[in-house]
Write a protein that binds this ligand. Sequence first.
Ligand SMILES: [Zn+2]
Length: 911
Amino acid sequence: MIEQNKALAADATSVTNEANALPKAYQPQEVEGKWYRFWEEGGYFKPRPNNARKPFVICMPPPNVTGALHLGHAITATTEDILIRYHRMLGDDTLWVPGEDHAGIATQTVVERLLAKEGTDRHKLGRDAFIERVWEWVHQYKSRIQDQHRRLGASCDWSRERFTLDDGLSKAVREVFTRLYEEGLIYRGERIINWCPQCMSAISDLEVNHVDTQGTLTYVRYPLKPLEGETEPRYISVATTRPETILGDTAIAVSPSDTRYKDIVGRVAVLPIIGRAIPIVADAAVDAAFGTGAVKVTPAHDPTDFEIGVRHNLPRVQVIGFDGIMTAEAGPYAGLDRFEARKQIVEELQRLGVVTKIDEYTVPLGRCDRSDTIIEPLISKQWFVKMTPLATPALGALKYGQLKIVPERFNKTYTDWLENIHDWCISRQLWWGHRIPVWYCDACGEMTVSREDVTACAHCESAAIRQDEDVLDTWFSSALWPFSTLGWPDVSEDLLRFYPTSVLETGYDIIFLWVSRMVMTGIHFLGTVPFDTVYLHGLVRDAKGDRMSKSKGNGIDPLELIDQYGTDALRFTLATSSTPGNDTKLVPERIVGNRNFANKIWNASRFVLLTTAAVGQGVPSITDVQPRTLADRWLLGRMARLTQNVTRLINEFQLGEAGRQINDFFWSDYCDWYVEIAKVQMQGDAEARVATAGILRSVLDQSLRLLHPFMPFVTEEVWHYLYGTSEPNHELWPASALIIAPWPCVNIAAIDDEAESQFGLVQEVITRIRDARNQANVEPARRIPVEMVVGSETATFAAQSPLIEFLARTEKPLLHEALAHKPEQAMSLLAGPIEIYLPLSGLLDIGKEVERLDKEIAHAQQEIARLQGKLGNASFVAKAKPEVVEKEREKLAAQEERIGKLQARRGELGA
Ligand SMILES: [Zn+2]
């Protein structure tokens, strides 16, 4: 890489002497679009083969095509772009695949709402016309998401963009479905599913929000059918939070170990209202400690009861319909809404005298994540994936180190989920999505599962076949993202070159829905984990720490922030506000601060350009600079150390810390210190001027490279001015753009502990003197005398005197190796072992200062007298509120403290 650096530097210096001066102020709006087009049209986002290094690949988590970009996307894009740009500069064969997700339910809902406004619906339109309509809508909105990513500076390869519903990805979905079916890992079965009567679709466990809700627990006693000769009536009590399901009871179950019910297992109870005779069974799933220890069993309306029903061969009576309305099985309640039926049934049970009590009870009510409707557990024929065989290798991948999760604490989340995995219900009652590739034969009743569309039954060749009406869960297609986007199932060039990918970067909230499923499919279909690292970023919250959302009205549109502050400021804020896996608070002041940082870069660069232009010929190339002074050695050492740290931090995904360190270095070491020092050094001879200009430019160049992944626009713009090519020019490609400039290598030899410690002392001395000047209100222009006791550092400080004079506005420092008596009437300061004395007569006009202090002291005395009078007044103390009295006491104490300080200072000054 050193060779590369040299070549680039040589190339660059040849055009540098004609450096154009930068405009006065940085205008992000005028620069960003220009550079993005330059990069994209110039093919800079495309991978460049490098056999010497492993490719670096990220597949962008596909945003929902329905959505507008929000800050969550902005943090995703920023994080990934930092990694991508860094690896591109390292010379890796770097690819970032962009794409969008068809977002089944969300997209269908949006288009259905549009249709409703037009007074029509999807059923009137028919399936094909409806899907055509959705496509139209998608084409319109897909470009919006793309453009928003461009505004963020995302350097993804748009020529490889994918959509989860495009032809290639649809082919991958068919292949996976068919293969899993052939392997017996996909099956169709009746199951209790989470049904949303509003969305009219099955909802996955992960899309159900459980909300603790105040409800009631109703205790109902069911009479037992009398045995022959039994005269005393017997009852068994059950408790339920959903009394409307009583109509669907087909058994009562008790725990096999519950002695209270031993004698009645096997007997028959009679369902109130309906009069259905139902058996009493013993089942281990029953918790004897809950309620009465006996539970009603409604196999059609509860997942646990469904399992009990399977074990005891119980009938399934569905009393609530898919629309949330009571069915014909509900007898007198048929046609009622489920909640109205609940009310009426409780009244009827009370009238019958079988309700023994009603308790308040908190129910973890399931609600649909999308419509917030209360979920109804219902039996339905759905398609499922058997997950255990897929989960086991995915667990192993983490356990045996083929997969790394950053931060590590999410290992447990991942592992717990996979160890307790349930079969995955993959069918959705929608039209928009990958239609399930299964055809049912009306002639022979068999199913045909096929990669290609079929027109005849594979079993009897009948043409009387119907394709399954449902589509696959959207996550089924996104689970294939890392390989389907690279061309799988075809053995494409890209698949061979870029799979497995490198990093999967996403929010920690979709470990289950997405990350774990990609790992499973990757291992199952390609034999390897699809990425070696999962990097999880936090969610973006507002300044108060609340999660941003449209409904709360605290959402912030990233594009508005970009318009106002520029993309770089937003990116840098997002990157440096976050640590892996922790939520990010977006504080507006920080964006302002980072806009100022962009301006700081601009202004420093202007200075460097003017300085190098003034020096003219002979400024050394960036790799040939030689330190001449302590400050030079210090700066180059700090630069080398920074490069080392930033490289390590990015490799460890500590992007925020990396950004903060570059910011500190550039703002403080480079701008606040070295740029000022350079002004002194530039007053030296020609050799000093040439050397200083070289260091200024070299460190600016290297800083721009380190900053580029974080703030691509301002750095690219400045870099081009630095090399006299301020207008985009593809002809000079590939050496003419910062985006592909080599990442700086760490110049270990430049790291200079001695220079850092010596110069650190000089900085401390200057800072102490500056602070003292501020305290004493010395006019900025006034040069003050200074005496210093420097011990063994005499040589250092003698050499650094001009810097102290310039940076601390002092006269030439008077240096002593030691001093027997401390100078009188002097302010004394300490900087490490260095004693600093500032003679007061040099700092201020003592007569005037004494006068000022006397005035202040008199004023404080008046205040004290007034406050003491007030607090000595018994009626004030008695009548005023205690907090008012307390306030006055505090004021008095403050004045007393003030007067003490003033008098001490007055004492220092003497008469
Ligand atoms: Zn058939």
